[in-house]
Ligand binder design. Structure first.
Ligand code: PLP
Length: 384
């Protein structure tokens, strides 16, 4: 019998939790009303969205009216950055700063921002993908409209000191957007807007056991954006398009479940990483302090991630390089390149991301399979 598969790619996406699935069901069956309609079916759907908004604003520690739903974390980040840019077009603040290790949903706004007349500068990061604060300080000035700096890096799992960055950005009168997709509802961390002090914060449901295709944005009261999607005036005229009531309800249920979730005291990640290091893995972070709890990012020098992932997949382990895959082959990670790794090293990055189902026993089983994969790849290389 084939060994049970081990899913270690929770940073890419998580399975839908039962609570989210159950919360979605009524809206996929009898609850088909359009939330913009005035009749009873419409009002019920609108109430469901408002209740979800209440849940998100509660956990974010913000006002009800400061949360808007979008179709994804990507759309939310686009709205934060390009929406701010559209709103301030033609002002003396004509520069936007993006962190070098940001997700592509942030970095790929650059051509649009340039087309709108903005200068876009990339803020360098250190070896662990954290923003270089002294360079940021040098780059900040009265011409900067907005800085975008992610809370945690989705490849390495390192966490940026967003509060400190917000203080620096605000001293220059600029706005801070933080992509909190990897940290929102993550055990042991804060994502409260009062703690982070970002003006714009974006999240996604499918990283926290909610459905795919729904995200949200926190917009601090008083911060002005222009919508990217215009239409029927939904979401306070900031995001046209009939809302996905089922997905939004599932998102809120996943958030409530995550609020109640307590991870085991002993973190299986630590043992897993220690074993990999014994077998020659080089961890990308010097310490697991200030990092995502379920994240392991390593390189096995001399073994490219693509080969490793294919062998691991055959052995029933789903992991990731964290980097983009286009035309069937893995590009060197832009994050590792930004951290100063060579292109060869940047093709070696491997990400294992743990979730609620990753018990100590599962982690032990995964170690054995990873070691077997490494041995197999090394023995093939030696026989050549
Ligand atoms: N930002 C980060 C840090 C992510 O890891 C992801 C997902 O991979 C996104 C944004 C995009 O979110 P979504 O998949 O909801 O568009």
């Amino acid at each position: 019998m084939a060994a049970k598969r081990i899913y270690l790619d929770h940073a890419a996406t998580t399975p839908l939790c039962d609570e989210a699935r159950e919360a979605m069901q009524p809206w996929l069956r009898e609850g088909y009303g359009n939330p913009s309609s005035l009749h009873a079916e419409g009002r019920r759907a609108k109430d469901a969205i408002d209740s979800a908004r209440e849940t998100l604003s509660d956990v974010l520690g913000c006002l009800f009216a400061e949360v808007l739903f979008t179709s994804s974390g990507t759309e939310a980040a686009n709205l934060a950055i390009a929406g701010a840019a559209l709103n301030s077009q033609g002002s003396s603040r004509d520069r936007i700063l993006l962190g070098a290790a940001e997700h592509h949903c942030v970095l790929n706004t650059a051509p649009l921002l340039k087309a709108l007349g903005y200068r876009v500068d990339v803020v360098p990061v250190d070896r662990e993908a954290r923003l270089d604060l002294s360079t940021l300080e040098d780059m900040l000035g009265d011409d900067v409209l907005l800085v975008s700096c992610m809370h945690a890096n989705n490849e390495l799992g390192s966490i940026n000191p967003v509060r400190d960055i917000a203080d620096r950005v605000h001293r220059h009168g600029a706005l801070l957007h933080t992509d909190a997709v990897q940290t929102f509802m993550a055990p042991g961390l804060t994502w409260k807007v009062g703690d982070l002090d970002a003006d714009l914060l974006t999240v996604s449901a499918h990283k926290l056991y909610g459905p795919k295709g729904v995200g949200a944005i926190y917009i601090r009261a008083g911060v002005k954006l222009k919508p990217l999607m215009v239409g029927g005036g939904q979401e306070r005229e900031m995001r046209g398009g009939t809302e996905n009531v089922a997905a939004i309800s599932g998102f809120a249920a996943a958030v409530r479940t995550a609020s109640a979730y307590r991870p085991p005291v002993e973190n299986p990640r630590d043992l897993f990483l220690a074993h990999l290091v014994e077998y020659g893995a080089v961890p990308s972070l010097a310490s697991s302090e200030e990092a995502l709890r379920g994240h392991v990012h390593v390189r096995f020098p001399g073994i490219d991630a693509e080969t490793m992932l294919i062998v691991l997949d055959r052995m029933g382990v789903s992991a990731s390089s964290g980097a983009a895959c286009s035309s069937g082959s893995i590009e060197p990670s832009h994050v590792l390149l930004a951290c100063g790794y060579s292109p060869k090293e940047a093709r070696e990055g491997l990400r294992f991301s743990f979730g609620r189902s990753t018990t100590l026993a599962v982690a032990n089983d995964a170690v054995e399979r990873v070691v077997e994969a490494v041995n197999q790849i090394r023995s093939v290389a030696q026989s050549r």
